[in-house]
Write a protein that binds this ligand. Sequence first.
Ligand SMILES: [Fe+2]
Length: 286
Amino acid sequence: MSLVIQSVSPHIGAEVIGADLAQPVGDNLFRQLHQAWVDADGLLVIRDQRLTPEQQISFSRQFGELASAGDNPVIQKYTLPGYPEIFRVSNKKQDGEPLGREDAGTYWHSDGTWQTFPSKASLLYGIEIPRVGGNTMFADLYQAWETLTPTMQHMVEGLKAVHAMANAGGTSFEREFTGKGDVVAAKTAIHPLVITHPDSGRKALFVNRGYTARIVGLSRPESDALLGFLFDHSTAPELVYRHTWRSRDLVIWDNRCTAHYAIPDYKAIGDRYLHRTSVKGDRPMQ
Ligand SMILES: [Fe+2]
């Protein structure tokens, strides 16, 4: 069966119909999916999948090496037992212990931009989804660049910014690192404000409110003013697709050209349980 690819918004995101990722995905099918992903500005929705943890891991590995909990106890407690590559996102509890991270990414961010090699891709699979709520918003960082005036493009190109995990200090996950100052301090990286995506060759505005802390070489007020504008600009409603999850959705996003925001509005409605795999970055942003 050939694939059908349909846009889910005017700029960002496409839905793929006709792929069964529980079957081995050959090179030819993977190339088509990867191209569709690049063409959709780094966001793919594939519905009605029935994926075991093994199948999700095996498909995700086709994008590159996966991140794993390793011996990090903060990450470990949220991973699926026996599967250090599967990070659980959930508000559910078992015997009083969280089954996953409840407030994962409830602010604008791209995964792991505080790392020297930011994550290439994240794959999130919906298993239990509330009747309403718990949507995820995705912003298009190519469009964010392309919709700046040439004058503003000229101003920001060539600048660099510090990305820090501690910047998103209001969230539960980051609070778990607080008090372990050396760990938090190590979780910073410097990236260009404008990057060229290695697959598409297009420029993207590489900022996110969660982790982008400061522009190198500017005073604090200068940096805050410029970043504040860029954060608002890059997440304007016109540049955002809002995904309404269904159980068995697999959503794949590229952390180098998209930002996302998980809306924590569902807890009075029902439970939410998802499995995430993360593909490690393999090069600096440039
Ligand atoms: Fe995230």
